[in-house]
Design a protein around this ligand. Structure first.
Ligand code: NAP
Length: 258
């Protein structure tokens, strides 16, 4: 799979990335069907297949249950082979989310993530928004903390996984990359992609398959075509537990990208 640049970060990512919520969390999620967490063997197979198919991009977060711990234990190959994107701000405990965008908390979260993921750097860390993107960016010290982590060499890039158009636009101006929801049923934040393309910032797409609420293979094709015809898209993060779906998504993307 031909790698793409992630804005001006110097990081190169496969256009398809693996979202790992479903490796670690099955409560308070919005997928169409309930599911059991996979066992270690299934996770090993999925990660090995992702590597064989040429994916290098992984998206995780402390709020994704045991996702980080499983990646830390089960990720195959040398660390440098992978681009690991994690997050700060959301804490998921006892089936509930809460949020903390404080300076010290942000530093501690990334230090904990490094230990859990068994690595000494993260490629990118995104602010895991609670929906109030602009307030977080304007009033919370999380951006200053991420900047400090960059200076310490613990993270290579920072960004926002946001939920609003205004927040996405602000993040494009201030941070290295944005993670944006984009699919045919939700084109609302496309101006963020346009701004990122204009300013040379990285763009990762989330929920491109509407979190599984798409109809059949035609729906997947149409969604991929829609997403990759937008400006500035570096990569699409698709969450899956299914080797068949992973193969199908790679094949569909190859057709779409021609
Ligand atoms: N705030 C945030 O930062 C945030 C929020 C949401 C998501 N994310 C990130 O973005 C990733 C993707 O988001 P998402 O998981 O909500 O949505 P998504 O990638 O749009 O959809 C994932 C769902 O689609 C299904 N699927 C995948 N390929 C398929 C195919 N070929 N045919 C039919 N169904 C298919 C998967 O089920 P199977 O397991 O059966 O394949 C899964 O339930 C997450 O894993 C996470 O890493 C971040």
């Amino acid at each position: 799979m031909e790698l793409r640049t992630l804005g001006h970060t110097g990081i190169r990512v496969s256009p398809l990335g693996l979202g790992t919520v479903k490796l670690g969390r099955n409560r308070q999620v919005k997928y169409p069907h309930p599911f059991e967490l996979p066992d270690d063997r299934a996770v090993r197979i999925l990660l090995g297949l992702a590597a064989d198919l040429g994916l290098n991009l992984l998206d995780t977060a402390p709020a994704y249950g045991c996702s980080q711990a499983r990646l830390g234990r089960l990720l195959p190959g040398p660390r440098q082979r992978w681009v690991i994107v994690s997050k700060v701000g959301e804490i998921f405990e006892d089936g509930q989310s809460r949020f903390d965008f404080g300076y010290d908390y942000t530093l501690r979260t990334v230090e904990d993530s490094l230990r859990t993921l068994r690595t000494d750097y993260l490629d990118a860390v995104l602010i895991h928004s609670d929906g109030d993107d602009l307030r977080i960016l304007e009033r919370e010290p999380v951006v200053a903390a991420l900047q400090r982590l960059k200076e310490r060499g613990l993270i290579r890039a920072h960004g926002l996984s946001g939920k609003t158009l205004a927040g996405g636009l602000r993040a494009v101006a201030e941070l290295d990359l944005v993670m944006v929801t984009c699919n045919p049923a939700y084109p609302d934040e496309i101006p963020v992609l346009e701004a990122a393309a204009h300013q040379g910032k990285g763009v990762l797409i989330k929920k491109g398959l509407q979190s599984g609420h798409l109809a059949g293979p035609d729906g997947v094709h149409a969604a991929l075509r829609f997403i990759f015809s937008q400006p500035g898209v570096s990569g699409l993060i698709v969450g899956t537990l299914s080797p068949e779906h992973l193969r199908a998504n790679v094949a569909a993307l190859a057709e779409v990208l021609g």
